[in-house]
Write a protein that binds this ligand. Structure first.
Ligand SMILES: Nc1ncnc2c1ncn2[C@@H]1O[C@H](COP(=O)(O)OP(=O)(O)OP(=O)(O)O)[C@@H](O)[C@H]1O
Ligand SMILES: [Mg+2]
Length: 500
């Protein structure tokens, strides 16, 4: 038996209800609801208006079958039938609007339209008026009827839920974007757009999303700590703390207690129980700086943390579980330390899941263009002095230097120049570069005997390719345009190790 018209309408309402409860982006859904309304009420057009919370004005939110231009239109709370509905929280049928004193003809004029009948119901959620839905111009000769009104009320209450979802969704998205932007600007402190640094940033961002252990390698002052912080802040753990532990700053005993905590009385001076950084960082990250310098005892305990996420406090017997992400950094030759039995091989592999090799500044000199203004701005802000300009000649001079101390050294040189600046523009002479002996690998190869010069040149090219490809030999070989076995052979002959 075919279902009756009112049964069909009820089914339609249930269908809409089902959609409402499942929808995430409800703007689409509101549009669907209005289409359904036009359809079911044989109406020429439908619209949904929302109340602007601050002013009480009514704004067209979604329109079907009518003039889209109305989306820009605002109604005062006391204007029109819809204003009355919202103010009185009551639904109405008006089949002869011209005779109704509440009717406001301004909209018709604007939309070049003639309203012949209106069906309008308020949208209410938990006592709060969100807006109203109206159906305009019934195509049926008798106009809108009482059953229409009841059904529209039911639709309006479904639409209220959808509207609230849409509003919440929009707000959350906006807040999330704003938060992201703030975070990004905070960690825009990774300055540089050279290919070399962009590759590392890209990998860092990708690995940040995972829980994988990350090993940061690179010379002193290349930004290992900067990257460790950025990875934590880009990660889903960013709301939780990142605890930093510097292995060289502490004696082995203190380092152990710093990492794992201790029980009261476990050693002289342990006057109370203390939580270690692994425990405090639960849900967050631990940054193990200078990992290459830790002693054998702690290496063993660290291995267990990485394998089983478990440890005991110093002097304690109960195992503590902690959900942490480990980020480690070193400028040591870990492979050499492993071969000399100074660093556990199994720990080395555990740490070496994802390795980021930070390029030295001399391999990305173009970044000096961005780094210098960044450090100048930072220095003037820290010192509370007016902004200072840097001349192009000065930047060019800085680009000819070999930067043994990398970004840290550049930052110091710039800071010194800003402090000593005589006027608001810095020229080449304002930057003091130490003219000590450049590091070995930067000696001009022209001075060397031919065979040595050739070797040295090869060494530099191979090292650079390895750095740019983060130690990946297959990719480095491709970059150099040679076969991978040839690269291996060259590395062996020239004594080049990954990560150098
Ligand atoms: N890409 C970068 N953008 C902005 N600042 C940077 C960048 N890289 C490094 N720095 C700055 O350079 C200095 C050194 O960076 P960081 O401490 O991260 O280096 P590191 O690799 O940990 O050095 P070390 O091995 O000596 O501990 C810091 O002042 C940092 O702010
Ligand atoms: Mg460091």
């Amino acid at each position: 038996m075919p279902s009756s018209p009112s049964q069909q309408r009820l089914e339609r309402l249930i269908e809409v209800n089902r959609l409402v409860s499942g929808a995430l982006d409800s703007k689409e859904l509101l549009s669907t609801i209005l289409t359904a309304i036009c359809d079911l009420f044989d109406a020429e057009g439908c619209s949904l208006l929302t109340v602007e919370p601050r002013t009480g004005e009514l704004i067209f939110h979604t329109i079907k079958g009518g003039s889209e231009e109305l989306l820009e239109t605002k109604l005062q709370p006391d204007q029109g039938i819809v204003g009355w509905v919202v103010t009185n929280k009551e639904s109405v049928i008006v089949n002869d609007p011209a005779k109704d004193p509440r009717f406001y003809s301004g909209i018709d004029q604007k939309a070049d339209f003639q309203t012949r009948s209106i069906l309008c119901a308020p949208m209410e959620l938990q006592g709060e008026i969100l807006g109203a839905i109206e159906a305009i111009n019934s195509r049926r000769p008798e106009g809108f009827g009482a059953e229409d009104l009841r059904l529209l009320e039911a639709f309006a209450s479904q639409a209220s839920v959808a509207l609230r979802n849409a509003q919440t969704h929009a707000r959350v998205t906006m807040e999330k974007d704003a938060y992201r932007q703030e975070l990004d600007s905070q960690f825009r402190s990774i300055i540089g757009s050279s290919k070399a640094i962009r590759e590392v940033i890209d990998l860092a961002q990708r690995v940040a999303r995972t829980k994988s252990t990350v090993l940061l390698r690179g010379e002193s002052g290349t930004g290992k700590e900067v990257f460790a912080r950025a990875i934590h802040n880009w990660s889903p753990r960013s709301e939780k703390p990142m605890m930093v532990v510097n292995s060289v700053a502490l004696s082995p005993e203190l380092l152990e207690s710093e990492l794992f905590g201790h029980e009261k009385g476990s050693f002289t001076g342990a006057i109370a129980q203390k939580k270690g950084k692994f425990e405090i960082a639960d849900g967050g990250s631990v940054f193990l700086d200078e990992i290459g310098d830790i002693g054998a005892n702690i290496q063993t305990k660290l291995l267990r943390v990485l394998q089983e996420h478990e440890f005991e406090r110093v002097g304690g017997t109960t195992s503590i579980k902690s959900d942490i992400r480990v980020i480690a950094a070193t400028n040591r030759d870990l492979e050499k330390a492993v071969s000399e039995n100074k660093f556990r091989e199994d720990l080395y592999y555990r740490l070496n899941v994802v390795t980021l090799v930070l390029p030295p500044l001399r391999d990305r000199l173009e970044d000096i263009h961005e780094l210098v203004p960044f450090f100048v701005k930072k220095a003037t802000q820290d010192l509370g002095i007016p902004p200072v300009e840097v001349s192009e000649e000065a930047i060019e001079k800085l680009m000819t230097y070999h930067w043994p101390g990398n970004v840290r050294q550049l930052s110091n040189v710039v800071e010194r120049a800003v402090v000593l600046a005589q006027d608001e523009s810095l020229g080449p002479d304002d930057f003091q570069l130490e003219q000590g002996k450049p590091i070995q690998s930067e000696d001009p190869i022209e001075e060397l005997p031919l065979s040595e010069a050739v070797d040295e040149f090869k060494i530099r090219l191979v090292r650079r390719a390895l750095r740019l490809e983060r130690g990946n030999q297959t990719k480095a070989a491709k970059r150099l345009g040679i076969q991978q076995p040839n690269l291996s052979r060259m590395m062996k002959n020239l004594d080049i190790r990954v990560g150098e």
